[in-house]
Ligand binder design. Sequence first.
Ligand code: PLP
Length: 373
Amino acid sequence: MKVYLDNAATTSLDPAVLDAMLPYLKDKYGNPSSIHAYGRESRSAIEKARRTIADHFSVSPGEIFFTSGGTEANNMALHSGIRSLDIKNVISSKLEHHAVSHTLNYLEAAGNIKVHWVNLKDNGVIDMDHMEHLLGSNEQVMVSLMYANNEIANLLPVQKAGSLCENHNAVFHSDVVQAIGHYPIDFQELKLNMASCSAHKFHGPKSTGFLYVQGDCLLQPFIHGGPQERNMRGGTENVYGIVGLAKALDLAVENMDKDRAHIEGLKSYMMTELQTAIEGVLFNGESGGDSLYTILNLSLPITEKREMLLFNLDIKGIAVSGGSACSSGVSEDSHVLMAIGTDMERPSVRISFSKYNTKTDIDYLVKTLVEVL
Ligand code: PLP
């Protein structure tokens, strides 16, 4: 049996998304910058996708900039945002994806900014009082805090963070990569100035994403070259990827309530089954409504089988993740689990669900986990 429960790392392409993309991989191959019919066909597909995406977030198409995914969108927001908006201080947290934290470390080492790491409370909850204090004691500030954590699933009170930023005149950026497609998101209502997205986390293609940049934030180019993406990002656009991104988003939004009910059911079933089958299992991060419903992070009892755990599950056909998915294969303790004080002697496993998972998958994982342990 094969079971894929690593959907926070990436998801399978929805067949309907593939169908939408195929014409742009075959016959509709014009360069969108060309003025002939082939080019115009590709251009129109890109602009249609941009409109679709903008509508889903209640923003205008001119505020959507396509990128090669979440990492690039985060880099664009931080590099171009900090440079163009004259930012001197950035407030962020130790729980961010490396696409944010490593970029901030780099910019700080280069002398461009000072980074203020907001305090964390129990379970990795962002200390909003400390955030407010940092906002009040610094000027020319950008806040970069992720909507949903990709390892422990914690959700940021985004609305509250947005209001605090607005009150203190700070620019608010959020990595919304893990939340998009799973929650209705209105960028304006959340008072976001910038938001990073990636298509492959909700059954879209890899290496495609976008950065939302609110109209008032005029950013300088991130990738110099041609005039693509209104001079922000030179380079011929990933037409089929962009078409796939818009289709995947359409499907995710259309089926959100149904898929959410299904996945929430799987997560709570998994928690109950694990607690019954494995004595001493712990769940990392927040739970219930403060937790992204697609991710469950657990710590198992200490065992000498720790090193071989994921390998043994893999042999049995089960794909899950140990630390951050983006760094799986690299045996480095997760910076997120360490930041929230998880006992690193215990093996930790991240299970992440999609609409395609079933209770049979969960049963097989729990049974195999018990066997392997
Ligand atoms: N941000 C978060 C929260 C992620 O989970 C990931 C991928 O795991 C990324 C950014 C990077 O996105 P991409 O793989 O599209 O570069």
